[in-house]
Design a protein around this ligand. Structure first.
Ligand code: CA
Ligand code: CA
Length: 334
């Protein structure tokens, strides 16, 4: 398990209100977030088979080469239309410009290759629906320390205030129904889902009979008549560097008449770290539940953040065998 950083201060003591400021600060430290966020999130496509991403940090970074897949098995919808001069589906999150769908998921790696014109209108969509629109500038190089990072400024920007413990929506150039199925927010103190989280933590050797759920949604992601439930839990309380903390993004869904749990994000720091171990953790929030490729099924966008690093990842439910697959990922950080 990769861990990195020899940070010494809690995040709250050095609050960064501007993403640009955040990036400049991060620029001096030099480890690719594509690696770090992948470590925290990506091996999660198969229900209940995800390797525990428990993080009990040591001091030295471990270089990772894992990157998310940029293509997935072809889906039925392969048409690319033009909206406001841009290829449909150009997606931006708090971590930067992610990519778009063009018969396959295309990750943005070069501003010149992004089919986006300045002045395009983005729909801003969060976990429960479209919340507004914004006008995008041209795609441009983003994070100073990530070679292929691309970003686009939005006006108004949903990302002016950097808050790793809050949910930030995504933007997408789209003329279709981004939320074809309604998303319901469930009470965060729901006993049944609290128990599900407690059981999951217990399966990882972490004891918390009353875990804290911070986001909880019910939605039929692909409209098959069976609801999925998206559970986001963490107990950080706005502090990164603690022992005994967890951050989870779980999706409950029925497969072959059996309820399964897919783990899209898991970061657990046990209570009993050794004297040479560092309590490094990665927190996650669901940024959006939306159909990002116009195939009638909704994807999940998940933000992840750690001390001086943050990213956004898109998960697509491919089929019952592959489950959720990470299809787009970008971010910036040390
Ligand atoms: Ca469903
Ligand atoms: Ca879709």
């Amino acid at each position: 398990m990769a861990v990195f950083l020899t940070a010494w201060r809690s995040f709250s003591s050095v609050v960064r209100s501007e993403r640009v400021q955040f990036r400049k600060k991060a620029a001096g430290l030099g480890i690719c977030i594509l690696a770090t966020i992948s470590v925290a999130c990506s091996p999660a496509s198969s229900p209940d088979t995800t390797a525990a991403a428990t993080v009990a940090a040591t001091s030295a970074p471990t270089p990772q080469t894992t990157v998310p897949p940029t293509t997935v098995p072809p889906a039925e919808a392969t048409t690319t239309t033009t909206v406001n001069g841009a290829a449909s589906g150009v997606i931006v999150g708090s971590g930067g410009l992610l990519g778009w769908w063009d018969g396959a998921w295309e990750r943005a790696t070069d501003p010149a290759g992004v089919p986006l014109e300045a002045g395009s209108t983005f729909q801003i969509v969060g976990p429960t629906g479209v919340v507004g629109t914004a006008v995008g500038a041209a795609a441009a190089p983003g994070c100073e320390i990530i070679e292929e990072h691309v970003d686009v400024d939005l006006e108004p920007s949903p990302y002016d205030q950097f808050d790793p413990f809050g949910s930030k929506p995504i933007g997408i150039v789209a003329d279709w129904d981004l939320v074809p199925y309604p998303v319901s927010e469930l009470p965060l103190d729901s006993p049944s889902y609290t128990q599900i989280v407690a059981d999951h933590l217990a399966s990882r050797g972490f004891d918390d009979p009353q875990p804290e759920i911070v986001q909880l949604y019910r939605v039929d992601l692909e409209g098959d008549g069976s609801d999925e439930v998206v559970i986001v839990a963490d107990n950080h309380g706005g502090e990164f560097f603690q022992q005994g903390v967890y951050s989870l993004v779980l999706v409950r869904r029925v497969v072959d008449e059996e309820v399964q749990t897919a783990v899209l994000h898991e970061s657990i720091v046990p209570n009993d770290l050794g004297p040479d171990e560092f309590p490094f953790s990665v927190v996650a929030r669901v940024a959006a539940l939306a159909d990002l490729d116009d195939d009638g099924a909704m994807e999940l966008a998940v933000d992840s953040a750690y001390y001086e690093g943050a990213g956004t990842e898109v998960w697509d439910y491919v089929d019952d065998d592959l489950g959720f697959v990470s299809v787009l990922l970008t971010g910036c950080g040390a």
